[in-house]
Design a protein around this ligand. Structure first.
Ligand code: UDP
Ligand code: MG
Length: 324
């Protein structure tokens, strides 16, 4: 197997026919040594049926159905663990990432790169809020983390087998794959592209999911927020000192007790700082808890490979046993 294509799909029944056609075309130069793995991430629409139907047209298609919705990053991981290719190409199901760039990415990899990531030169059909928050987030993340994570990239990329194996050897549950590939190292290069609007359906990344991915990224790649809490406590000590000067100054000068406003302000100021630092601590402690449980990331409920649908209950448990 030379090329594996991996696509996570959640409620993408409308996009799948066009996606499969364009992918089948893109893998044509390597058609007899290629596979396309579509991971159905617990969809509630006809995604799985659409995958099965498409398999009649495209024999290289493999369907993997997760037992429940596990989120984009885990669905992608499931596909990556099933991939057998020497080179692995990953993209979104909604055709925002053009499958046609596979050829160009392959050519770049031939020049000795292990990771060719797509860099969004422009994003079409996305809200100003999404564009602005993504722009700010990637810069903030890079300021905090010790790993240089290329800004304005998604999971759209072509990776070599050794880069993929490096990432799959990382057992964390909170997965921020684009950061994990950056952390793995190897020779990396970006390819600029224009991100198209969604082919059909709606975004599966509401604000809640975006915030979750962002906290996974921040806590997964930096402990600076924890140090920030320490710095904040020094800053609040300084503010306390200023307040003390003010309180004693006014006591001596005016012989009066300071008013309630300053008391209320001081109390709420320190309460806010304490809650913030507790919240930051909580994010890390919660993740420690989740990670120590070592649950498998996902279960596969159905697998469509070769001519027939076979039932299966495989998971990445073996992998977890190995690293335990
Ligand atoms: N996705 C998934 N599981 C989820 C959410 C999203 O597999 O819980 C898939 C989705 O089907 C798509 C990709 O992840 O292929 C990216 O999602 P989307 O296009 O909605 O994100 P956006 O492009 O809006 O950031
Ligand atoms: Mg999308």
């Amino acid at each position: 197997m030379f090329v594996s294509v991996v696509v996570p799909c959640m409620n993408e029944e409308e996009s799948i026919p066009a996606l499969v056609d364009r992918l089948a075309e893109a893998i044509r130069p390597w058609a007899d040594r290629a596979e396309i793995i579509l991971v159905d991430d617990g969809s509630t629409d006809g995604t799985w049926e659409a995958i099965r139907k498409a398999r009649k047209r495209v024999p290289q298609l493999v369907g993997l159905r997760l037992s429940a919705n596990r989120g984009h990053q885990v669905a992608l991981t499931a596909g990556l663990e099933a991939a057998r290719g020497a080179r692995i190409f990953m993209l979104d199901a909604d055709l925002q990432d053009p499958p046609e760039l596979l050829g160009e990415m392959m050519a770049m990899m031939d020049r000795g790169y292990d990771v060719v990531y797509g860099r969004r030169a422009r994003r079409q059909g996305e809200t100003l809020f999404k564009k602005a928050s993504a722009f700010a987030f990637y810069r903030f993340l890079n300021a905090l983390s010790d790993v240089a994570i290329p800004p304005d990239t998604g999971d759209f990329r072509l990776v070599s087998r050794r880069a993929l194996d490096a990432v799959l050897s990382m057992p964390e549950r909170a997965r921020f794959l684009r950061g994990m590939f950056a952390w793995a190292g190897f020779r990396q290069i970006g390819l600029e592209y224009v991100r198209a609007p969604r082919a059909a359906g709606e975004t599966k990344y509401p604000l809640r999911a975006m915030l979750r991915l962002a906290t996974d990224a921040l806590t997964g790649f930096s402990t600076k927020p924890l140090r920030f809490a320490t710095r904040l406590s020094f800053a609040s000590l300084f503010v306390t000192f200023l307040m003390a000067v003010y309180v004693f100054g006014s006591l001596i000068l005016y012989q009066t007790a300071p008013g309630w406003a300053s008391v209320v302000l001081a109390v709420s100021f320190f309460a806010a700082i304490q809650l913030l630092t507790l919240g930051i601590l909580g994010e890390y402690v919660g993740r420690l808890y989740i990670e120590t449980k070592r649950r498998p990331l996902y279960f596969v409920s159905e697998e469509a490979r070769g001519p027939e649908i076979v039932s299966s209950s495989s998971s990445n448990r073996e992998h977890f046993k190995e690293i335990a």
